[in-house]
Design a binder for this molecule. Structure first.
Ligand code: ATP
Ligand code: MG
Length: 310
């Protein structure tokens, strides 16, 4: 048992599993992104398949492949609040598992939730995390170095890795945390462990430049556009009194409007507006329809963009 490994992660999740598939199926407008990320996840975290492909098509592992596999298996998901970063990071393993037949394990770690107390805490936490995952995966690795499993280390709210730079006395500790992270990722790579690290953040510029430079993939998530809002709303309001025209009108008024240069986020629609509409219809003992949706909309404004918030 690794010292301090208990309680490091919120909940370790194994894929494939039916609950994760339900979450994948409920996402709209992200199919292409998710399947690209799933393919990249496998390519970066387990270059075996890449080498086999190169041997197959080029007769050898060409130098260009090595240039790719030198990249750090690190993805950074950045973007506004409620746009799907955490959701995609948490279900990516499901997509990899179902498209490759690999067993995938998600290790979710929230730095923000753990606070930043004593000096050295961040470093200890990150080092403990990597020790724990390494211990799990060394057992799983086959003797020829190839792998049928993939680990995903999710560092959500990754801003905590750099956030308190303004506080001069924390500066050293911040660097130490980032260095521990890079060391951990490099260590897993040299042990040939198939582990992908995903860091989520609201602010790309809050992420240490050394970390940003290393990332194999930096994905910036956006608020939904009209088509995505309509797709999400029509899925959520299926079977109600909302017609296709009603849905389209609702998708239009939840976009940016004069005087409000931002539209509704995915979470604004899914976790605030739609539940409120249901509640209101229930209170009125009425069917869900466009009138109720319009009434509710007035008291459920969209979340301000992160930079403007608070
Ligand atoms: N593409 C999508 N389709 C449907 N629902 C979505 C989509 N993206 C996000 N959601 C919904 O919005 C909620 C918020 O998404 P998520 O937690 O991934 O946001 P986030 O980008 O991590 O935001 P934060 O920066 O606040 O952590 C999710 O629980 C999910 O229900
Ligand atoms: Mg999130």
């Amino acid at each position: 048992m690794i010292e301090g490994a208990e309680g490091l992660f919120a909940r370790i999740e194994e894929f494939p599993n039916p609950a994760a598939q339900t979450r994948v199926d409920s996402l709209v407008g992200l199919d292409d992104l998710i399947s690209r990320l799933a393919q990249d996840a496998v390519a970066f975290a387990d270059p075996t398949a890449l080498r086999l492909w190169s041997e197959h098509v080029h007769g050898a592992v060409v130098p260009a492949v090595d240039a790719l596999t030198d990249r750090t298996p690190l993805f950074i998901f950045s973007g506004d609040v409620g746009v799907g970063k955490t959701e995609v990071a948490e279900v990516l393993g499901q997509v990899v598992a179902t498209s490759t037949r690999m067993d995938v394990t998600l290790y979710p770690l929230s730095l923000a939730a753990r606070g930043r107390g004593a000096v050295g805490e961040m470093t200890t936490l990150i080092t403990g995390t990597f020790d724990r995952i390494t211990a799990d995966f060394i057992k799983a690795r086959r003797s020829d170095g190839t792998s049928e499993s993939l680990g995903i280390l999710l560092i959500d709210e990754g801003d905590a890795l750099a956030q308190s730079r303004e506080l001069a006395q924390m500066h050293h500790e911040d660097r130490a945390g980032v260095n521990a992270l890079l060391r951990g990722i490099d260590g897993m790579r040299s042990d040939r462990l198939p582990i992908l690290t995903i860091v989520c953040t609201n602010r790309l510029d809050a992420i240490d430049p050394a970390l940003r430079r290393r990332a194999a993939v930096i994905e910036v998530f956006e608020r939904p556009g009209h088509v995505q809002r309509a797709a999400l709303l029509s899925r959520l309001f299926a079977g109600t009194g909302m017609s296709a025209a009603d849905i389209d009108a609702l998708a239009a008024v939840t976009s940016e409007v004069p005087g409000r240069p931002y539209g509704y986020t995915y979470s604004d629609l899914r976790q605030r507006l739609v539940p409120e509409v249901v509640l209101e219809a229930f209170r009125r003992k009425a069917a869900i329809d466009a009138t109720i949706a319009t009434d509710v909309l007035r008291r459920v404004p969209p979340t301000k963009p992160f930079a403007e918030a608070a």
